[in-house]
Design a protein around this ligand. Structure first.
Ligand code: NAP
Length: 484
């Protein structure tokens, strides 16, 4: 049994950002446990055609490691992944990685006051603190459709794209029209023989202001202060979108008008346009951006089916009108099991408290980072810290700074562990849910993965990101029980 001081789980933006800041602060006794054979989290897993970030790259990157060389306003997956690797090399994090280490259990030892971290291969580590950077979007969700397993052709999820399947000339069914599907549909549409897109709910889509940075622009962005200036401009532009999200859903009308105009301009056929027009307030689901999705749907080899699916057979999909569509390949763009990522973990805290018991009335944390009964366990991109309007990397950085502040609190007080007080957590959550209640995610008239099975929003931060930044500046001693 080895004894690192700190265990980080996951090597996406969260895990890497945390590791960089630990190292900068002089912590060297930490490991990053990564279930896969390589780093990168979602930017390693998602390799579907057209995968790119829908947040501008100059904002979707670390504020302490600006990259003037981004090729585009919205850079593709490979480039983001390369950026993450470059950060790992630059900050010499390599020796801290442990690949193929899938964490299957965390148990707090009340006697020793530290965590026992068990990985799938049976290894056990002891750690003073555990920082979970596992993210929410990595367990593929397949729809529960009768006969799904009986399909004999290739069938795969967008996040597990099977590049060995040649789609050229094939009849391909795509199920789902979310953020992933709207990126890969335009890419595969010209290649396939026939594409049937099964849409359950149309997304709101705005134009994507994407462009390549010419060499001269990249040179200019390398000048002192230039990339920072651009980043700040993007930050505040995106932040204005929170006005509608965080203050009053009626302000979303401007965004809706923009999306309607986009649809009208790109889809002349009124019948197709009607099928693509959402009936809920924009922002209730993630607002998507694309300039090539609607044109792809107007291609003669693409059909939009909105009838619903009743059954999948060996070589076909049957819609609710009883029409059987023969297909060669099925691609599932059906999203992720969001709450399972945290809730199904085997995490046992103080006095044998299971996380499922602690969260039996719903996931609750303090600032999305700590949860009562689980000392020195920190979540990055935890509950209610997701965003509909800005870059989550900004949220991750706030959380990393907060965890560093908690670690400083530990060393300052000489405590072995800190555990957030239940009353602090309760009042934080009561206020959070009260704020979320009138906002667009709850009141916009849609079903989304932001809401749990009881319709409670456990995903989104209800305000401006600078508010979150301010609230996570420093860990308040009074919010925690100190365990000596
Ligand atoms: P998603 O947004 O959850 O979309 C899933 C799609 O599948 C929805 O259209 C959904 O329809 C549909 N669906 C689910 N179950 C279905 C069923 N049984 N029958 C028919 N349709 C079904 O998933 P995603 O596109 O993978 O994106 C997930 C999240 O990943 C995004 O919200 C975003 O946060 C992130 N993402 C980000 C980027 C980026 O560029 N930054 C890119 C891709 C993804 P309903 O709407 O009716 O549920």
């Amino acid at each position: 049994m080895s004894k690192p001081g700190i265990v980080i789980i996951g090597s996406g933006f969260a895990g890497i950002g945390m590791a960089i800041k630990l190292k900068e602060a002089g912590y060297h006794d930490f490991v990053i446990l990564e279930k896969a054979p390589d780093l990168g989290g979602t930017w390693r897993d998602n390799t579907y055609p057209g995968c790119a970030c829908d947040v501008p790259s100059h904002m979707y990157s670390f504020s302490f490691d600006l990259n003037p060389g981004w090729s585009r306003m919205f850079s593709p997956q490979q480039e983001i992944w390369d950026y993450m690797r470059a950060c790992v090399d630059k900050y010499r994090l390599g020796p801290h990685f442990r690949y193929g280490k899938h964490v299957v259990g965390l148990e707090f030892d009340d006697e020793a006051r530290n965590w026992e971290v068990t990985t799938e291969d049976g290894a056990v580590l002891r750690a003073n603190a555990v920082i979970s950077g596992i993210g929410a979007l990595h367990i593929p969700k397949f729809p529960e459709i009768k006969g799904r397993e009986t399909f004999t052709g290739p069938a795969f999820h967008s996040s597990e794209w099977d590049h060995s399947v040649d789609l050229t000339g094939k009849r391909v069914a795509v199920i789902g029209t979310g953020a992933s599907a709207i990126q890969f549909v335009p890419q595969i549409a010209p290649q396939v023989g026939e594409l049937i897109l099964f849409q359950r709910t149309p997304p709101w889509i705005q134009p994507k202001p994407d462009f390549a940075f010419p060499e001269s622009a990249r040179k200019a962005l390398a000048l002192p202060g230039a990339s920072r200036l651009l980043r700040n401009g993007i930050y505040w532009t995106l932040e204005t979108r929170a006005l509608g999200f965080a203050l009053d859903p009626r302000l979303m009308k401007v965004h809706e008008a923009m999306a309607r105009k986009h649809l009208a301009r790109q889809v002349p056929d009124p019948e197709l346009r009607a099928k693509l027009t959402p009936d809920y307030t924009i922002g209730c689901k993630r607002i998507l951006i694309s300039s090539d999705y609607y044109p792809a749907l107007t291609r003669p080899n693409v059909t939009l089916n909105t009838d619903g699916i009743t059954e999948i057979r060996e070589r076909s999909i049957v819609d609710a009108n009883g029409v059987e569509h023969e297909v060669d390949v099925i691609v599932y763009g059906t999203g992720f099991k969001v709450t399972d990522a945290l809730q199904e973990q085997r995490i046992i805290g103080r006095d044998g408290l299971k996380i499922q018991e602690a969260w039996q009335d719903g996931i609750e944390t303090y600032l999305g980072i700590t949860t009562s009964g689980f000392p020195n366990l920190f979540f990055l991109l935890g509950p209610n810290t997701g965003l509909g309007h800005n870059s989550v990397v900004f949220m991750i950085e706030s959380q990393v700074r907060y965890v560093m502040s908690c670690l400083r609190l530990l060393s300052r007080t000489q405590a072995r562990a800190i555990d957030v007080k239940p009353e602090h957590q309760a009042s934080f959550n009561a206020r959070l849910l009260e704020r979320l209640d009138p906002l667009v995610w709850n009141s916009g008239g849609c079903q989304s993965w932001y809401l749990d099975e009881h319709g409670v929003n456990r995903t989104i931060w209800p305000g401006f990101t600078f508010e979150y930044w301010a609230r996570t500046l420093k860990a308040k001693r009074a919010a925690f029980d100190l365990i000596y």
